[in-house]
Write a protein that binds this ligand. Structure first.
Ligand SMILES: C[S@@+](CC[C@H](N)C(=O)[O-])C[C@H]1O[C@@H](n2cnc3c(N)ncnc32)[C@H](O)[C@@H]1O
Length: 213
């Protein structure tokens, strides 16, 4: 069982994942509604898939961790779908875990007919990168706007929209989700500096919408 399988229930109920203006924007950018087909890549607790289904879309979810109970078990770097299989391909708060994010964006672009939407924690400096890696060793990297634009362009996607959101959530729940405690929790919290206040922590998210050229 992977660490993701063990954490599946926590991601289903997490305050950092289940709602937020970034999720609302994703649904808006998807032009979600009946007749729209969508792929939710790295579905985790399934919040993107749920919201798109509620809006009337036909959704396939995928994730490599069986415990996440996605429709298809696969990594973002190899999506087992034909070219242009879905109107919309969305991926939220997951790309910072991908071993090969460039390949993942290329795969998302390949299977998307009309648009690709990515939401992820954005790069906020090396201290936050270190905090994230201490708290969760599966953290690879957060990317800034320029890096995301390059990733989209290299995958043949024209960037149509970029928006930033600041997301505030419970610090202790963030540490508990990955079992980060003791000295590690203290070091990670210290590295977050002014982003921690009154038991809450603040991380910035970037959202991008792109269309195949
Ligand atoms: C934080 S959760 C996703 C959150 C979810 N998308 C949401 O909006 O609430 C991160 C997910 O990324 C998945 N993951 C990790 N590495 C992956 C990869 N290489 N390809 C696809 N998914 C991956 C994990 O299994 C996990 O379910």
């Amino acid at each position: 069982m992977s660490h993701w399988d063990e954490r599946a229930d926590q991601y289903r109920t997490s305050d950092a994942h289940r709602e937020g203006p970034d999720l609302d924007r994703l649904v808006e950018w998807a032009e979600a509604g009946p007749g729209v087909t969508a792929l939710d890549v790295a579905t985790g607790g399934g919040h993107v898939a749920r919201r798109l289904r509620e809006a009337g879309c036909t959704v396939v979810s995928c994730d490599p961790a069986p415990g996440m109970q996605a429709d298809v078990i696969c990594r973002a770097e190899h999506l087992p779908f034909d070219d242009s299989s879905f109107d919309v391909v969305a991926c939220r708060v997951a790309a910072h875990h991908f071993e090969d994010v460039g390949l993942a964006v290329q795969e998302m672009a390949r299977v998307a007919g009309k648009r690709v939407i990515v939401v992820d924690t954005t790069f906020m400096g090396e201290d936050v990168e270190q905090a994230e890696a201490i708290r969760d060793p599966s953290h690879v990297r957060n990317y800034d706007e320029a890096e995301w634009r390059s990733l989209f362009e290299a995958a043949g996607l024209e960037v149509e929209e970029v928006e930033f959101f600041d997301k505030s959530f419970d610090l202790q729940a963030w540490l508990d989700r990955t079992g980060c405690k003791g000295e590690d929790a203290e070091r990670a919290t210290a590295l977050l500096g002014g982003r921690v206040e009154d038991g809450k922590m603040r991380l910035d998210r970037i959202a991008l919408k792109g269309a195949p050229r």
